[in-house]
Design a protein around this ligand. Sequence first.
Ligand SMILES: Nc1ncnc2c1ncn2[C@@H]1O[C@H](COP(=O)(O)OP(=O)(O)O)[C@@H](O)[C@H]1O
Ligand SMILES: [Mg+2]
Length: 404
Amino acid sequence: MGSFDFVREYSPYTNREALLDDYTPDTLVGRDDELEEYHGALQPAIYGEQPDNIFLYGKAGVGKTAATRFLLNKLVDNAEEYEDLDVRTEIINCDGLNSSYRVASNLVNTMRPPSNHISETGYSRSQVYDIMWEELDNAGGIILIVLDEIDHLKDDSILYQLSRARENENLTEARIGLIGISNDLTFRDSLSPKVRSSLCERAISFSTYDANELRAVLEQRKNVAFKDDVLTDDVVPLCAAFGAQESGDARKALDLLLKAGDLAREQNDEEVTEQHVRRGRQLLEREQVARGIADLNDHERLVVYALATLEAEDDTPARSREIYTRYKSLADAAGKDSLTARWLREHLDDLAMLGILNVTEINEGSAGGKYREYDLQQDLAVVLDALEETFESMGVHASVKGYL
Ligand SMILES: Nc1ncnc2c1ncn2[C@@H]1O[C@H](COP(=O)(O)OP(=O)(O)O)[C@@H](O)[C@H]1O
Ligand SMILES: [Mg+2]
């Protein structure tokens, strides 16, 4: 057995935290248009006027949260220069708080010291709203309330309440501006017309980054996070190119840079190189597939399971008919009613979209017609790992026993 001592060896980082998600960079690159519009929408606050409600939307990882933190920090700083001005901000992430009730009680609690928190159950919704109005009025001044990731909300009552507090005369002392942020581009259309018109007084769209913009984002962060000259020249462009492929997501590009740096450190390599990036990407993809499989329902998992057993028997790529036969026998063995072959065919495409399996279209020309074949996109071992829970409930097929 080794000694398992913890010893500082080599590290390429000066500030690894600068690559983590909650780090707010000092400047944002490539977001000038968005920032200008956003800044303009917030500008009334510095005059002590209530700004319009603002709705930000764009895909994940395009800088919506970062831009919000950046501008609101600046606004609060600048507001200190004016004695007659009182601006505060409250940022709530709605991920995990799927009801209006929980958002309202969370807002109250973030404004109160822990000793005075209200419980997240036990009141009626209107009671919680009353407590919320009182809390906001006690604070007074201009309060900018950010509801981040609002697409997680299952009902829009809180959006109605906060975006219409003025018209509905719920507040006398405080004036609030609501900022809603959504990663889901269709969320706005799902809102009731009343909520939509009051929440989206200003709607600001964040475009996706191209590879050049991602390169600038990474270049800037690299200088904060890493020691000088530890990255070979191809590392940043490669991470940027992968990020651009992943729908221009800066978070994914930064995660990849972090993974590459961590791999170099684990291996005591003095330089972070293209190999670390490629290996890191493989590892991140695996994690993503494992999470994707974990999110599937029982029948979808059985389909993946069926394909995995065929792969273990060297029978892939397989056609949907073969996968269906295996799926059905696994379902039978587990005492589950199987779904139709048609359902399976439709779901194979969904699973391909999730990066779990590959589809190949085979065209046999005029004589044979066309058909599709499927195999696993990731290593069998990775997929079997992710299916562990499925084995517990559905049993282990003979073909994969040797792999477990
Ligand atoms: N223009 C930018 N300049 C510097 N860092 C950025 C920029 N855009 C995004 N980032 C970084 O990328 C990550 C994802 O951005 P974030 O604002 O959280 O995306 P969103 O909220 O749109 O999903 C964060 O770590 C953020 O700091
Ligand atoms: Mg965000």
